[in-house]
Ligand binder design. Structure first.
Ligand SMILES: [Zn+2]
Length: 464
């Protein structure tokens, strides 16, 4: 899978294309759809990661970036002095510092990414970028992930398109993990909602012809970045960066401080309690075969487990790294964008695809972050990851509000609206709860199914 620089010029179509363009002297959108020049591909083809190129050809890392990112083994991990961490552990990196480390398969991805960094609500993202070395954005990256062999993140271009043309360079390949947990009779669903309970941004299928606004693209991207960058900071805390030995590989630099990974100290102080959910997470997210006992568990059984515990989502049980990342992304999305995370376990409908009306909630909570134990853990996570959390703490105290139980036996879509006043007793709140005109309630079964799959996409870390 590793391609050295220069391999691209082996494609005999390209010189011909350049020649034709010289003759015709017209700004064609591409010759055979292939408009590669020294500056990369400014077109909308679906391209493999091997075709990725540095978004900034004048970056000081342009000549080494690809060699350090497109690797397949621990042995290929670049040395720290070849590809240092973006931050120095003391100062905040600039947008340019980050953009110098970006590889893309299509130029528009870099443009959208840079705009998103410049639009970010504050410096939190840039600060968190300190602990990474690189960003690869690709047509065919799925799922998005952080990987310790490069100390970099890779981003699915599905998070970046705005126009139809851009969307055409995003692969429609299914996430390989879509089938995991198929023997379980329950399903976990989560929605990133606004303060009324509607989705914070609408769902856009890759197969549907619709464009989205820049804001509709950027909010899910910020959530993804808060998540992946939490992994990066977990494995290389910023205060450790000045002490890193430049003569060892990135992978070794990260492995050497294993006992100081942030999630290790976090989980020892703020443990999760449900080993049942941990084992089920191996099935749903790790692809393990379910046992008979696990197959017999209902949505109510697992809901009870989660109710008593302090994790944000089912995926939090996959590892302490995911637990920390889920707490961070939820706290930051709430603080910056008034996002509320609604979660629930439903029994799977007998036949799928099925519309929302058949997804009956057995256990669920609106605003899971407002649950006291979850809230306590998210504050501790923020304190561990960020330099100053006063404003976030104030938000959690004064504006987040409390969690609310969903009504069991009522479908997922009808369970999303928040009550008018969280200060009333639960019975009164439920009685007074407004309804929202939830687009998911009227989606056809197939579209709804696609949306659930999209919403349950989980973002990875990978050690090697
Ligand atoms: Zn993750």
């Amino acid at each position: 899978m590793f391609l050295k620089f220069g391999a691209r010029s082996n494609n005999s179509k390209r010189p011909l294309c350049a020649l034709l363009l010289t003759y015709v002297m017209v700004a064609l959108s591409g010759c055979d759809g292939d408009s590669h020049d020294d500056d990369g591909y400014d077109d909308y083809e679906v391209r493999a990661e091997e075709d990725a190129f540095p978004y900034r050809k004048n970056s000081p890392y342009a000549s080494i970036l690809k060699e350090c990112v497109l690797i397949g083994t621990v042995a290929e991990s670049c040395n720290v002095d070849q590809m240092p961490f973006i931050g120095d552990g003391a100062t905040t990196p600039s947008v340019d510092d980050v953009m110098d480390r970006v590889l893309v398969t299509n130029k528009w991805m870099g443009r959208r990414f840079e705009d998103a960094l410049r639009n970010a609500p504050d410096d939190t993202l840039l600060t968190l970028f300190s602990s990474t070395t690189s960003v690869l954005i690709g047509s065919d990256v799925r799922p998005s992930f952080y990987i310790a062999t490069t100390a970099g993140i890779q981003i699915d271009a599905n998070y970046l398109w705005v126009t139809e043309q851009e969307k055409s360079s995003v692969s429609v390949r299914e996430d390989e993990r879509a089938d995991y947990g198929k023997d379980l009779q329950f399903q976990f669903i989560a929605r990133t909602a606004d303060t009324t309970g509607e989705r914070l941004t609408p769902y856009f299928s890759l197969e549907q012809s619709a464009e989205r606004t820049v804001e509709q693209m950027q909010l899910p991207l910020y959530r993804l970045l808060y998540h992946e960058l939490t992994h990066a900071n977990d494995f290389m805390p910023r205060h450790k960066i000045p002490d890193v030995n430049p003569d060892i590989s990135l992978y070794d630099a990260i492995s050497e401080i294993r006992s100081e990974w942030l999630s290790a100290s976090f989980i020892s102080q703020y443990p999760k309690t449900s080993s049942v959910l941990e084992l089920l997470a191996e099935v749903r997210f790790g692809g393990q075969q379910a046992t008979e006992e696990q197959m017999s568990m209902t949505a109510s059984d697992v809901g009870e487990q989660m109710h008593a515990d302090g994790a944000m989502q089912f995926y939090s049980y996959y590892s302490e790294h995911e637990d920390l990342a889920q707490l961070m992304e939820s706290a930051l999305m709430a603080y910056h964008f008034d996002a509320r995370i609604n979660v629930g376990f439903v029994q799977k409908p007998e036949a799928t695809p099925a519309p929302c009306s058949e997804y009956l909630v057995s256990w669920g909570q609106r605003n899971r972050l407002g649950e006291s134990l979850v809230n306590l853990r998210s504050r501790a996570a923020a304190a561990l990851l960020l330099n100053d959390t006063q404003a976030i703490e104030a938000y959690l105290d004064n504006e987040l509000g409390l969690s609310e139980p969903m009504s069991s036996g009522v479908d997922w879509c009808q369970n999303q609206a928040f009550s008018l006043s969280v200060s009333n007793p639960i019975q009164l709140r439920n009685a007074a709860r407004p309804t929202i005109d939830d687009p998911a309630a009227t989606m056809n079964a197939e579209r709804f199914q696609d949306m659930l799959e999209f919403e349950s996409t989980h973002h990875l870390y990978d050690l090697h």
